[in-house]
Design a protein around this ligand. Structure first.
Ligand code: TRP
Ligand code: SF4
Length: 330
């Protein structure tokens, strides 16, 4: 029996951080290693253009950095197809076909669209491309007839729209060209930024996969803790402390238990607690950093992986487009 196919992508809008690692990438790697799925993972560089069309200088370097980091966290080109969206021109063609059948009202009422427009006030997002963001995403997904799309909650509206667009295509052109994909919701530990807000590049509160040694330590030292714990003598509340959440991810269970007890009885201070965490994170990221060093020193290998993945993806995309054109009779 053939394995079910899953697909997911990320926009190359900056360096990857621990939020991306724990919120998405670990899950991607697990799905890959389970052996139950045929995985397609791609860099959505055209999607980056929808909001960053006026400043494109970094898109290429972010794309390469992103793939280096994907490989470093354990995505394996022997098991997964790793590619770049703009290398597979069929995405643009399917986007065009889908744009013919997608009612504008579906796009305008999309909550992700409304939120983004309200948030990104420093640029003009009244463009056709930005409104069409989910149509391009739908093309990405159904191109590979993906059964599942591993995403976080923020992407649910996009997957829902994809389902509606796929159904509409099938309805208008007969038959079952496109299976209706499912969102595979990732439930993850909530890792916050060093200031306690959602970890995000724009908040400047992120710990990056490229951060190391002294830089990393400094960030961990500046992490917010239980806000009511003013001095070492005050008992702390680990359940309200982001440092503690990180210990839960990076420290052995025994230590986590000890920190919990000691924090509550004011037996350990935050400075010491963070020092221990920094060491744990450094240890935890070591294998990732070692692979990063390898790939950064062998960029030809990375380019080869992208080449190979993109041509594998393109072969699937070409076959799908033949069916799609046939259905549309164009
Ligand atoms: N919109 C996604 C994000 O911002 C990126 C993306 C583009 C995507 N195409 C996709 C995710 C297809 C899953 C499937 O994270
Ligand atoms: Fe948080 Fe650790 Fe300080 Fe407790 S001791 S409040 S867990 S940083």
């Amino acid at each position: 029996m053939s394995r079910k196919r899953i697909l997911s992508g990320m926009r190359p809008t900056g360096r990857l951080h621990l939020g991306n690692l724990h919120g998405a990438l670990k899950n991607w790697v697990e799905l890959q290693d389970s052996g139950n799925y045929e995985c397609f993972y791609f860099v959505a560089d055209w999607h980056a253009l929808t909001s960053d069309y006026a400043s494109t200088e970094q898109i290429r370097s972010y794309t390469l950095d992103m793939i280096v980091d994907w490989l470093s966290v354990g995505l394996d080109p022997e098991k997964s197809t790793i590619f770049i969206q703009s290398r597979v021109k069929e995405h643009a063609e399917l986007f065009l076909l889908l744009s013919m059948i997608t009612p504008i009202s579906w796009l305008e009422r999309n909550p992700a669209y409304k939120e983004m427009r309200a948030e990104l006030t420093d640029r003009d997002l009244s463009t056709f491309g930005f409104l069409g963001y989910p149509v391009l995403q739908a093309a990405d997904i159904i191109m590979y007839k993906a059964y599942g799309v591993p995403v976080g909650v923020d992407q649910l509206p996009h997957v829902e729209l994809t389902r509606e667009i796929a159904r509409r295509f099938n309805f208008l052109y007969g038959g079952e060209v496109f299976p209706i994909p499912e969102a595979l919701l990732t439930t993850v530990p909530k890792v916050l930024g060093i200031d306690g807000r959602k970890m995000s590049k724009s908040y400047e509160n992120a710990i990056y996969l490229r951060d190391r040694g002294a830089d990393l330590k400094k960030k961990v030292e500046s992490m917010f803790t239980d806000p009511q714990r003013m001095t070492k003598k005050d008992p702390g509340r680990p359940e309200l402390c982001n440092v503690f959440t990180f210990h839960g991810i990076y420290s052995p269970e025994q230590d986590v238990k000890e920190i919990e007890t000691e924090c509550r009885r004011a037996g350990i201070g935050c400075v010491e607690c963070k020092r221990r965490l920094a060491d744990r994170i450094i240890d935890g990221l070591r294998p990732i950093h070692e692979r990063q060093d390898h790939y950064l020193g062998h960029m030809d290998e990375v380019r080869g992986i992208i080449e190979e993945g993109s041509s594998r993806a393109a072969a699937v995309a070409r076959a799908t487009m033949e069916e799609a054109r046939e259905a549309v009779k164009i």
